[in-house]
Design a protein around this ligand. Structure first.
Ligand code: ADP
Length: 507
């Protein structure tokens, strides 16, 4: 007889740790947090029912320290561990270690994770399951000659990818044959240093595709359901920045087909718990399997908003041995949802990470707004981890209303103390092709003009400030982005007043 867990350790930090702690507490389960020295006063620590120090800030000694996490889990006597995303969430050794310690790992079986976490192996598995994959190599590249032969068969442009890849690392676009050798060597080196695994493979580089993924849930009673799709084509350097559901691109017939294929693929690997099948869809509506993420995704809230299903709670139920709490015919896509990823990065300075202290902030409010973040007054955004500080999600009755709400909410959101990508999002939502839902994965490269002007030093005196504003106005089109922020952004206003301070002091 299945019984819900009583105590669960959350092996993560930041917004996702809080997201999971909230689900646990709503389900009457005790939440155990772990934290590094850099996160002593982080919000996930104070929200949990118990919290344990893992070790120094560096991830290898804290959030990636399997031994220490298992030791704490045993000490705290938890039933299960939720890994969140990133860190150990796709690490099969960690899943095995949990199993050995008699603790449930909230996710698929370790062997499924290993199989699907390896891009070459998962491609092979999907081919066997008759799922269309992006044309490319079936085995890792063994030599330059091997690559050359394959490249000729596949045709240019192509993409060199790391088998153990993730986060766009070890990925290189190759336009012509003479770039091949250098790209293979560079990708392999990058893969070795990022993943400790230099294996790479080659794929056809599809022209202007859409990234569309299908969320699935599978329980230990043989039930598999899908929660429809997320469109994740708004990307910067092949990394998602805004996601939405439903996709404004695919047809109902294609949606149905992709969902059916994702469920078939999940069954073919006896998948358990929540997972996502990522596909690329070309302009002719052909779709190809890209990879599977065997964990909770960053962008899961858009699916939750349109389906009403709490994916984390379903994960907890499934891992406790319960069946999924609804049937496929009980779940629909209702309305439209967006998510913007808010990073501690400076869009006016090539998106350089901007760790630091949050001085103050204003969280937007109003109907159908959801903010998942670890913002708090005085919070430290450490430099050691991913710069994602939060996610802003909105729901609307239809896409038009959701865009309007997103635009309003982005204006309301204020974060002082560090630079964030909020200003980038405010500009993106104004671009006509975004408003019309006509974009593909090259949208940001093609449509978004990054400002070229950003004073590197604080302005020395009033004359310089006036001259700069004047120059801004003359180059209005190019810098409209900066100019607007200059007037509306509190941190730029603060920078401006700081720039003028020496002038007033000298009077
Ligand atoms: P990672 O796991 O490193 O994030 P993915 O394989 O998931 O890499 O791809 C990330 C993004 O890169 C995709 O969403 C897409 O925009 C682009 N991409 C990946 N493979 C291809 C391809 N074969 N053709 C065109 N774009 C691709």
């Amino acid at each position: 007889m299945a019984k819900l867990f009583t105590k669960v350790l959350v092996a993560n930090r930041g917004e996702i740790a809080i997201r999971i702690i909230r689900a646990l507490q709503e389900m009457d389960m005790k939440a155990v947090a772990v934290y590094s020295e850099a996160d002593r006063s982080s919000a996930h620590v104070s929200l949990a029912d118990e919290a344990y120090l893992l070790g120094p800030a560096v991830a290898s000694e804290s959030y990636l320290n399997i031994e220490k996490i298992i030791q704490i889990a045993k000490k705290a006597q938890v039933d299960a561990i939720h890994p969140g995303y990133g860190f150990l969430s796709e690490n099969d050794e960690f899943a095995y270690a949990c199993e050995e310690a008699g603790i449930v790992f909230i996710g698929p079986k370790a062997e499924t994770m290993r199989l699907m976490g390896d891009k070459v192996e998962s491609r092979k598995t999907m081919i066997k399951a008759k799922v269309p994959v992006v044309p490319g190599s079936k085995e890792p590249i063994t030599s330059f000659l091997h690559a050359k032969k394959l490249a000729k068969e596949i045709g240019y442009p192509l993409l060199v990818k790391a088998s153990a890849g993730g986060g766009g690392k070890g990925m290189r676009v190759v336009e012509t044959p003479h770039e091949l050798k250098k790209s293979i060597e560079a990708a392999s080196r990058e893969a070795k240093s990022a993943f400790g695994d230099e294996r790479i493979y080659i794929e056809k580089y599809l022209a202007n595709p859409h990234h569309i993924e299908i969320q699935i849930l599978a329980d230990s009673h043989g039930n598999v359901v899908h929660l429809y799709e997320r469109e994740c084509s708004i990307q910067r350097r092949h990394q998602k920045v805004i996601e939405e559901s439903p996709s404004p691109f695919i047809t109902p017939a294609l949606r149905k087909k992709m969902c059916q294929i994702a469920m078939r693929a999940a069954k073919s690997v006896k998948y358990l718990n929540a997972g996502t099948f990522e596909f690329l869809v070309d302009q002719k509506m052909n779709f190809y399997f890209l990879e599977m993420n065997t964990r909770l995704q960053v962008e899961h809230p858009v699916t939750e908003m349109v389906t009403g299903v709490d994916i984390v709670k379903e994960q907890l139920r499934i891992a406790s041995g319960f069946p999924i709490s609804f049937k496929q015919n009980e779940v629909n896509q209702y309305g439209h949802a967006f998510e913007c990823r808010i990073y501690a990065e400076d869009p006016l300075n090539q998106f350089l990470p901007c760790p630091g202290k949050i001085i103050s902030y204003r969280i937007p409010q109003g109907p159908f707004v959801r903010i998942d973040s670890y913002l708090q007054h005085g919070a430290n955004i450490p430099m050691e981890y991913d710069p994602l500080i939060g996610k802003l999600c909105v729901w609307g009755f239809d896409r038009e209303e959701a865009v309007q709400r997103l635009t309003r909410v982005l204006k309301e959101f204020v974060i002082h103390g560090i630079r964030t990508t909020l200003i980038f999002h405010r500009q993106v939502v104004k671009i006509p092709k975004f408003i019309q839902g006509r974009y593909d994965t090259h949208f940001i490269d093609k449509e978004f003009k990054f400002p070229k002007v950003q004073p590197k030093q604080p302005l020395k005196d009033m004359l310089l400030a006036v001259a700069a504003v004047d120059a801004f106005k003359k180059r209005k089109k190019e810098i409209s982005f900066v100019e607007e922020e200059f007037h509306t952004s509190p941190w730029l206003q603060q920078a401006r007043s700081e720039a003028l301070r020496p002038f007033f002091r000298s009077l």
